[in-house]
Design a protein around this ligand. Sequence first.
Ligand code: IVH
Length: 680
Amino acid sequence: MNKNMFQHRIDELRSEIERHNRLYFVDNDPEIGDREYDELMRELVEIEKEHPDLVVPQSPTQRVGSEPLTEFSQISHQVPLLSLGNAFNDDDLHAWHERMAGLIESNKFELACELKFDGLAVALVYENGLFVQGATRGNGATGEDITSNLRTIRSIPLKLIGDYPSRFEVRGEVFFPKSEFRKFNEYREENGLDTYANPRNTAAGSLRQLDSSITAQRPLDIFIYGLGWVEGDFPIPKTHIRSLEYLKTLGFKINPFNQLAPNIKNAIEFHQKWVHNRNSIDYDCDGVVIKIDSFDYQQHVGTLGREPRWAIAYKFPSTQSITKLLDIRVNVGRTGTINPYAVLEPVNVGGVTVKQATLHNEDYIEGKDLRIGDSVVVERAGEVIPQVVSSQKTRRDGTEQKFLMPQLCPSCGSPTIREAEESALYCRNNSCPAQLVRLVEHFVSKSAMDIDGVGGKIGTLLIESGLITDVGDLYTLRKEQLTKLERMGEKSASNIIGAVSDSKDRPLSRLLVALGISHIGTEVAENISNRFGNMEKIMQASEESLTDIPDIGPKIAKSLTTYFQSATNLLLIDKLIRAGLNMEEKNDTGLSQAQEQVLRDMRFCVTGRLQQFSRSEIQNLIKELGGSASGSVSSRTNYLIAGEEAGSKLSDAARIGIPVLSEDDFLAMIQQRPFYDDDA
Ligand code: IVH
């Protein structure tokens, strides 16, 4: 192949990959699976490796981030990015509308209604259809050049499709999806990293990384909400909504809920609807934006100072309220952390009554100088747990009390300890009853040993009645001991004994998670189990050999080795070994290599009640066999497995055309595949 032919194939691959990016990240309607996508990408990477001179910044291969910067350079915005005036109630909005009606002769004008996304404003410049520069809003006149970071966001097109002006700018809001934010913080918590307060801060932190390869690992997304400027005399639609529809045809991601309102009453209804529905979408919004739809009228009414007159933000009711901090109390966590929380005078925050809020740790209380008796600002952002944001110092009357963390554990009375570089205070008594209750809850949970029927209540009963002194004792419980407990029937007792016994075969990594060692979450545990292969080797692992494993830093390594230095913990492991728990990482699942991956890259959704598997059992099996299981049916699902009383997912599957399997079909599938392979 000569150079031209390579260039030709490269162009073909790039537009095909960008098309699939668009289908997946913008339109939510993929055509191909991960494997086919990876295949295209691999071919492009290979050709580009052979021909580095053909690599351009707009190649999809460049979405993984580039060389770290030492600082961001400043960019002067060609047209300043304005802010918005606010309306807080219907009267404010009517007043704005009347002012505009007074300025527009015909007195009649339509309104564009949009959500007001709570993320970060960015401006993206396209030259000849290529994304060439992206900047933050900054102070409105100058922002920072974050082009490399923005390039990693898959829903930002690097190359446009269709017809477009030779140079123009679009504006939009970058955000961190709420569901991803929850996962992200969970991961950080499990791995001993600081957590973020809300999706907005996380988006900001991710966009302001000097190393764009870090940004590339964050699932950022964007909605484009307007044109900045356009050069030349390219014919652009004459109204806002139509201009957004046009931008959509170029490949930009536009919010699907934008709506044209013929009059102010409809705009108010739009606001009202989203006050109720705001929690049903996967991104934070703090209001709606109402804009005069006609560009001519927009220009006519113009701008006043830093705010356009033609648009206004109609905010949602606040998710912050002020109340009294009645007391600060602590509870004891599973790893012995002493966790302070606020007891509040009950207050309505965005429609929900809040009585308690987390205070995280001693530093949080000191940093905000929170005192018992203070008036405090409480916030409930999305579905995240309530936070105390600040205290109102000017409202103090001198009766407020500083809070001191307890020197003794409130549950067992052992001295509490704060170690260097840790923000948490700990009770280090391994047999502290409060810790044991939390540990039992954790040990039996779905992501750990998955023991059905033993929750916090039963755990507390078992501990209080002296039947268990550690989680190892669960395995020697007898039915007649259980039936003596309050309100425990024969059937529940047998179920518990059965579930406990079933859990003995859980993978080693799950047992490692179940032990409740600080900073050891699922992913870390899987890496450790895979590396060492059995419990004995893990127990003997040095800190150095642990930090050799990807994603394991000194904090995690230290936590693990410290755990295995404690005599109590060693006795517990011994008890678990004697009870017959699996202590080996079984790569060898008893299946042949071909069988092991029979479900490779297949996506399943499971619904209804199954006969032979619990929900998590079948999900684990699918995973072990190389597939994945998700909670909902989408066009990316390959099969729906439906048990008894399957509900709406069946009709979803029928609508999208996803084949439905019974449990037996599924079993046949995993048992038969290897024979086909062998025959081939
Ligand atoms: S229009 C001149 N539309 O709100 C018009 N802004 O206070 C200004 N924002 O920083 C932009 N969603 O990033 C517009 N649908 C939307 C928006 C939106 C969020 C942000 C924007 C700006 C702030 C204005």
